[in-house]
Design a protein around this ligand. Structure first.
Ligand code: FAD
Length: 308
């Protein structure tokens, strides 16, 4: 119930304005978001790289219905990628892109605009010596996102996909994508989805996650295990060993600010660990999904709103 309410609030303009206007939210938001400026993202990338970790950077924003905003987002990614290259950080950092931030929801030709814009970001990533992962949004976008991904991969084979274990279709998508050269981030899924398309029970989602992991680890692609769940991390390590995969032939991914000690522990044990680092002013939707994932975060947040 609480999770659904928070995920509904994540898409409410009214609540968004109220939350954003309250300066007391900043310290809580800062736990999950690197900062508003690109320099903050670069600083965090350097810090994490010095600790032996890799990064995927997300220029925050989603659900854009404005062409200018979509173009501005593309430019922000291009500038970030050039800055990563200049700073010598591109080897450690890729970018994560939401298609709804770069035009997919525009009233006419949204899919084509998003594909063209994603292509531009992929070209800049390639010029910088790195790559892109296409984030996955709610289930109404899965087919379109996977189609755009297939188009991108024809020219940029390293572009990564994201699959969400809570969707009933995902086991089949894992089978389809567990092919040579393909990079697949497996997460549980962060949106409010109906039972017709998604498992709603936590244990069912976990069981689906494990089945998907088995397919990805046993396949020929590069699995990216995106979870903070200690059981999923342990099972992924076990499945990797069973499939004869050495560290570096798969990676763990976690979100900035969540279980940082575990991120360091895995990295110091020789695993490849990539931290998803969001930055920018459009933090509201991202932040609300993080609250929905963990009631303890909500208590912390409400206390900050009340100034306690
Ligand atoms: P859970 O069962 O939710 O959590 C396990 C444990 O992790 C919790 O007990 C707690 O200790 C810790 N934890 C989890 N979440 C939090 C939190 N918010 N705050 C504090 N502690 C927490 N979802 C999408 O739908 N599309 C995407 O493209 C996408 N990309 C992602 C990229 C990365 C790198 C990661 C790590 C996640 C991504 N997600 C994405 C979010 C994902 O779907 C989950 O919502 C989120 O990771 C929580 O699931 P979990 O696997 O960590 O397990």
């Amino acid at each position: 119930m609480l999770r659904s309410a928070l995920l509904t609030a994540a898409r409410s303009e009214g609540i968004r304005r109220t939350v954003e206007a309250n300066p007391l939210t900043r310290p809580v938001v800062n736990r999950f978001v690197a900062g508003t400026a690109p320099q903050a993202a670069l600083d965090v990338t350097r810090e994490l790289a010095e600790q032996g970790m890799s990064v995927t950077l997300d220029h925050l924003g989603e659900d854009t219905e404005d062409t200018v905003q979509a173009t501005t987002t593309v430019r922000a990614y291009q500038q970030l990628l050039a800055a990563l290259h200049r700073a010598g950080l591109a080897e450690r950092a890729e970018v994560s892109v939401k298609l709804s931030a770069i035009g997919r929801l525009l009233p006419s030709d949204g899919d084509k605009i998003a594909l063209d814009n994603a292509r531009r970001i992929c070209e800049s990533a390639e010029a910088a010596g790195t790559t892109v992962t296409v984030d996955m949004e709610d289930h109404t976008t899965t087919d379109a996102t996977l189609e755009i991904l297939a188009d991108l991969r024809a020219d940029f084979p390293r572009v990564g996909a994201v699959l969400q274990a809570y969707l009933r279709r995902t086991e089949q998508d894992c089978r389809d994508l567990a092919t040579k050269g393909s990079r697949v981030r497996l997460c549980k899924g962060a949106y409010s989805e109906p039972a017709s398309v998604a498992f709603r029970d936590k244990h069912e989602v976990d069981r689906s996650y494990v089945r998907c992991l088995k397919t990805l680890m046993g396949g020929e692609g590069y699995p990216m295990v995106a979870s903070h769940d200690p059981r999923m991390v342990a099972i992924a390590s076990e499945l990797a060993a069973r499939a004869g995969r050495a560290p570096g032939s798969y990676e763990f991914q976690m979100l900035y600010g969540i279980r940082p000690a575990e991120q360091r522990r895995l990295a110091s044990g020789g695993e490849t660990v990539r931290v998803y680092v969001p930055y920018g002013t459009e933090w509201y939707g991202y932040f609300m999904r993080r609250l929905a994932e963990r009631p303890a975060n909500l208590g912390f947040f409400l206390r900050s709103l009340l100034g306690r």
